[in-house]
Design a protein around this ligand. Structure first.
Ligand code: SF4
Length: 427
């Protein structure tokens, strides 16, 4: 047996040997039917270390029926985005009861993210990628970390992008994705449902062939790609949670895309860089340079999307102090290691003007600076420098214990300024 799930191995990036292991698995179980692949994953490959993610959509009953055949207590995660059709929520209950599933768990988006990025609930309309990110990707990522693998209901026939989907995939964070239905055709799904008398999703008979969130799902015409009704009219076919393959299927979520260090981990950054010519009235998830904001203040304030502010050396933050709450994030630009003006800007923003949102460092962010950046109020770091990435991942940051120039109200000055230390100690 290939020991792909051995403890400790998961901490490493996928290497060639493990990718070869996955290829061998695919070779060994290529001919196996869906239940066999699922049983293999659940009982042999990843016992107690695998979860299922189900959309409870049009075809979900097939995979969930297989799960009920193998182990009714397996964790089944349902992304409760808050945007589902009421019929989907009913269907969750119907399938739970019909199949005897005992461990269906709803994953909700973080309420603070919703309040901050989608207070009106219409982000799907203006920025569906970000909407999927906060409603699906982030809640799922946090959960998936607890498992060595997860099982999906994806099938080759669904889109051309999924046309070479294998049974087993190795993700870039060294987990295994299992796709028991990879080789199922549309006809196989229908036959399976009939064979086991599985209940249909209530919307299926009304022309919904692939069912996700209500605002992003429409009826599919005869002969159309079954997923054509998802995000119709947009160049979007996936919600992002499946963008993490071994390179064979779709665009992998590249390591460098997880370049925002926040709350002790690297995450995908929802913000895009400002590009010359961008319109401050309509950009979203972009840090608008401070001089552009001053020039187009009214347009930015009327912009309905989440936006940030980019502060570069020489920018006068006092000019925007009354507008800071408009921004979801403030980026302090450090264009060169030797330029420390960003520290003062951050302190003004946080300490003097009381800004409570994300303050991030961008530009030349290096290992040695991070500790001081934190002291000045920065809570997130866009990291491009590989040794800095490694130091953060390994928890090996340089720390500062003796402050020649204390910041904030809590640091006690040492060394050459004992009179200041006494003042703080006595305060
Ligand atoms: S499918 Fe639509 S509503 Fe659902 S999370 Fe994605 S963009 Fe938002």
């Amino acid at each position: 047996m290939l020991d792909l799930a051995a403890p400790g191995i998961r901490a490493h990036k996928p290497d060639k040997l493990r990718q070869l292991g996955i290829m061998s698995l695919n070779g060994m179980f290529d001919e196996m039917d869906g239940v066999g692949v699922l049983r293999q994953a659940v009982t042999e490959l990843l016992p107690g270390d695998v979860a299922i993610v189900s959309s409870f959509g049009a075809d979900s009953s097939v995979l969930l029926h297989m799960v009920s055949e193998v182990d009714k207590d397996l964790p089944v995660y349902f992304l409760e985005t808050g945007k589902h059709f009421p019929e989907t929520l009913e269907y969750v209950e119907t399938l739970k009861q019909r199949l005897g599933l005992t461990n269906v768990i709803a994953l909700h988006p973080d309420a603070k993210d919703i309040e901050r990025f989608d207070p009106k609930g219409n982000l799907w309309e203006t920025d569906p990628d970000s909407c999927c990110h906060i409603r699906k990707t982030e809640p799922l990522e946090a959960t998936v970390k607890g498992f060595g693998g997860w099982i999906t209901g994806r099938k080759r026939f669904q889109t051309s992008e999924r046309g070479v989907l294998p049974h087993f995939e190795l993700t870039s964070d060294d987990r295994i994705k299992v796709n028991p239905l990879a080789y199922f055709s549309d006809a196989d799904i229908t036959t399976y449902k009939l064979k086991y008398g599985l209940p249909e999703h209530p919307l299926y008979s009304r022309g919904y062939k692939s069912i996700g969130c209500a605002p992003c799902t429409s009826v599919v015409a005869e002969g159309e790609d079954p997923r054509a009704g998802r995000w119709r009219g947009l160049n979007k076919k996936e919600c992002g949670i499946h963008f993490d393959f071994n390179g064979a299927i779709a665009k992998p979520m590249a390591e460098q895309e997880l370049n925002l260090w926040k709350d002790g981990k690297f995450i995908a950054d929802p913000f895009h860089p400002w590009v010359e010519g961008d319109d401050p009235a309509s950009v979203r998830y972009t840090h608008i340079p401070l001089p552009v904001f001053l020039e187009r203040r009214d347009a930015v304030l009327a912009n309905p999307h989440p936006v940030g502010l980019l502060v570069s050396p020489g920018d006068n933050v006092e000019l925007v102090k009354g507008d800071l709450d408009r921004f979801s994030s403030i980026a302090i630009n450090f264009p060169a290691f030797g330029d420390g003006r960003g520290y003062s800007s951050a302190r003004l923003i946080v300490e003097r003007y009381g800004y409570k949102g994300e303050v991030r460092a961008v530009g030349d962010v290096l290992h040695d600076q991070v500790s001081h950046m934190r002291r000045c109020g920065m809570t997130a770091f866009v990291v491009k420098h590989e040794p800095t990435r490694k130091a953060l991942e390994d928890g090996k940051l340089a720390t500062v214990d003796i402050f020649y120039q204390p910041v904030g109200l809590t640091e006690i000055p040492l060394g050459t300024r004992p009179f200041l230390r006494r003042a703080v100690e006595n305060a």
